[in-house]
Design a protein around this ligand. Sequence first.
Ligand code: MG
Length: 270
Amino acid sequence: MDWASLLVECKENVRRQITPLLKGVSSKGPNLGVGAGGDPIKQADLAAEKAIIDTLTSHDVSFILISEESGIRQYGENPKRNYVTVDPIDGTTNLTRGIPFYATSIAVSSKPTMNSVHTALVADLFHETTYTAEKGKGAHRNGERIFPSNETSLEDAVIGLDLNTYKVNEIAPKVTKLIGQTKHIRHLGANALELCYVADGTTDAFIDIRGKLRATDTAAAWLIIKEAGGKITHPDGTQLNSKLDPKERVNFVASGNAKLHKTILNLIRA
Ligand SMILES: [Mg+2]
């Protein structure tokens, strides 16, 4: 089974399906999606998910789908060997507001666990930038091999940090020291894509310790970071692995290199 090509075909169908919805968004102004009839947020997510399922079933692929939208569902006659974990649209709020940073994320694994993901794709649907990885074959952006940054200075590093949580009083103290020593903190609003930015050295690190991000949303980017040569671990430095289940949540620190990774872990532990 050529999963790498299948995922590219899925991504192209996702783009085709959501393009008409995007036109609706831009013509009706930035507030569409908040309480608007027909819920375009759900529409985009569901259209993207359907595009992925339709692509795979049109090739008679048997698989178990693990998705935020429809939970766990089986397709085909012999699905047990292929788990397809999707976040149909990562960064839905960006999409509905016209902020050009959102992606589709698809990971294929032999078991429902992060460390058995063998083929992954995260596609920036606005900029037509596609990140892919296959286990043991490196990571690529639009077909070209990518590597993370070797920036080790906290002061010069560009660091992504997601603080979107009602538990901010709990989380903020853990990152105060880090923020104090960093000049360039970012959060762009699509975590899978932000992890890919670490994989190709666009940024130097990305941190999400809210206890809120779905493991399913991280599955593809996890392999892309690993294959690019970056680091991704739990905040305590242990290996990040997780069940792939829509209910499962993850905390992690991802960095371009071991030295910067260690510096960040020390600061958020302290
Ligand atoms: Mg999503």
